[in-house]
Design a protein around this ligand. Structure first.
Ligand code: UDP
Length: 462
């Protein structure tokens, strides 16, 4: 469908260069943005690292250019995402500079008819060397940020909070709000600050500076999900801000998936009753312990509800996959559940049989769930997930929060509350309303729709 639509778009003779961070949660939105801009007539070049390279063959209408990233085998396997980002930022710069300079030069030297002017570079806020480079080449740079707006604008306060306090907490203070970073609670913040992300403190100062120096900031959120933060962000950054809404709503499908989705999920869901299935997935990075795997397995089994559970290969520390689940329990799990290594998540959430999502609350997963009206059970692991989970459970009230208790009874109870009890019905009704609000925003003349039009105008003005 996409190829048909896209090929109908008339080229406007302009090219946009995209440079995603090599993480699943950053590649998906960047490729979605590429599809959107292509449908508006822009040609697309994606520069990407060798590590986690997007699958070029799935996007025949885009040009893909791979640059060496300098990561060793061991560094590509590290579970320390922060370290990997720091290394990538240090090591990609020369190759990226070369690639970009060549592109600009060849665009200039083409004959007048063939000439495709390069409008701008759009890259992830996590690349910190691209702003000074783009500036030195006179190329406007737009920043794509894949967090919720309220997380992005407030997370710059973390270094200060780390310095000041919050390393010790009394039990009685656990649930107190963090005034500097609403709606986080102190126990969320404590986890955030304990993430050994000290190295990120100097990195986040660079992100702030390079974002402020950019030609604009794009969020995959909308006024309906981030109203106050968006107006505050406009003051903080003093650059044009575009909240174009959840991008996958415009071009559905998971063509940018780095892992192959298990296509047997959908026929399995077809056999289940409406809104009966709990879908379980913790995204592309989070890992769990063997004990946690067992607690989740028992929680699902004891809930007596059908479930579709994604366990990524390598996501259970110290084991390959699910081989540590005893055979007897495995047999019982197979009675009403299905465990896969990777799912076509957007299609799963769209399926009529799915009634709830036990999620780590990555921003992509959170908005995908909102867009399909699927209520959530929140089990955030780190970073922005904690804030997203508070929004889901306490501000929008479209989900339940496990409060970090990965225990069989808690999981069983939450599933039953969400899928079987009146409390769950009320949550589902609120989710339906939120879904409609966000849905209206991305439709013609909605706020996100108009923001996208403004973004296209902005890019065309360079
Ligand atoms: N995803 C998927 N199949 C899975 C699990 C996740 O396609 O089995 C996709 C999901 O739809 C989302 C992305 O991977 O677009 C995960 O991004 P998110 O921001 O939720 O979490 P992260 O992986 O960055 O922690």
């Amino acid at each position: 469908i996409w190829i048909e639509k896209a090929s109908m778009a008339k080229s406007n003779g302009r090219r946009v260069i995209l440079f995603p961070l090599p993480l699943q949660g950053c590649i998906n939105p960047m490729i979605q943005l590429a599809k959107i801009l292509h449908s508006k007539g822009f040609s697309i070049t994606v520069i990407h690292t060798r590590f986690n390279a997007p699958k070029a063959s799935r996007h025949p209408l885009f040009t893909f250019l791979q640059i060496p990233d300098g990561l060793s085998e061991a560094e590509t396997r590290t579970s320390d995402v922060t370290l990997r980002l720091a290394l990538l930022n240090r090591r990609c710069e020369p190759a990226f500079r070369d690639c970009l300079t060549k592109l600009l030069r060849s665009a200039d030297s083409e004959t007048e008819e063939e000439k495709q002017r390069i409008s701008c570079l759009i890259d992830d806020s996590g690349w910190i060397f691209t702003q000074p480079l783009a500036q030195s080449l006179n190329l406007p740079r737009l920043v794509l940020n894949t967090y919720k707006v309220s997380f992005f604008r407030n997370h710059f306060v973390l270094p200060q909070l780390r310095r000041e306090r919050y390393l010790q907490l009394q039990d009685s203070e656990q649930d107190d709000p963090v005034e500097e970073f609403p709606p986080l609670r102190k126990k969320d913040l404590l986890r955030l600050l304990n993430e050994e992300r000290k190295v990120l403190d100097s990195y986040s100062i660079m992100i702030l500076e390079t974002t402020k120096a950019s030609s604009g900031l794009i969020f995959l959120s909308c006024e309906e999900l981030d109203q106050d933060s968006l107006s505050q962000a406009r003051q903080d950054f003093q650059v044009p801000i575009f909240a174009i809404g959840p991008s996958h709503t415009r071009f559905p499908g998971s063509s940018s998936s780095l892992l192959s989705p298990d296509e047997t999920c959908i026929p399995w869901l077809d056999k289940q009753e409406d809104k009966s299935v709990i879908y379980v997935s913790f995204g592309s990075i989070a890992t769990i312990s063997e004990t946690e795997l067992m607690e989740i397995a028992w929680g699902l089994r004891n809930s007596d509800q059908p479930f579709l559970w994604v366990v990524r290969v390598g996501s259970v520390n110290g084991t390959k996959w699910i081989e540590t689940i005893p055979e007897e329990l495995m047999e019982r799990l197979n009675e009403n559940g299905k465990i896969v290594k990777w799912a076509p998540q957007q299609d799963v959430l769209k399926h009529r049989a799915v009634g709830g999502f036990l999620t780590h609350n990555g921003w992509n997963s959170t908005v995908e769930s909102v867009c399909e009206g699927v209520p959530m059970i929140c089990l955030p692991f780190f970073w922005d997930q904690m804030l997203n989970a508070r929004f889901v459970s306490e501000i929008w009230m479209v989900g339940l929060h496990l409060e970090y208790r990965i225990e069989r009874n808690e999981i069983e109870r939450a599933i039953r509350r969400l899928l079987l009890e009146t409390e769950g019905e009320a949550i589902r009704e609120r989710m339906e309303l939120l879904k409609e609000k966000v849905g209206r925003s991305v439709k013609e003349n909605g706020l996100a729709f108009r923001s996208l039009e403004n973004l296209v105008d902005h890019i065309s003005s360079f």
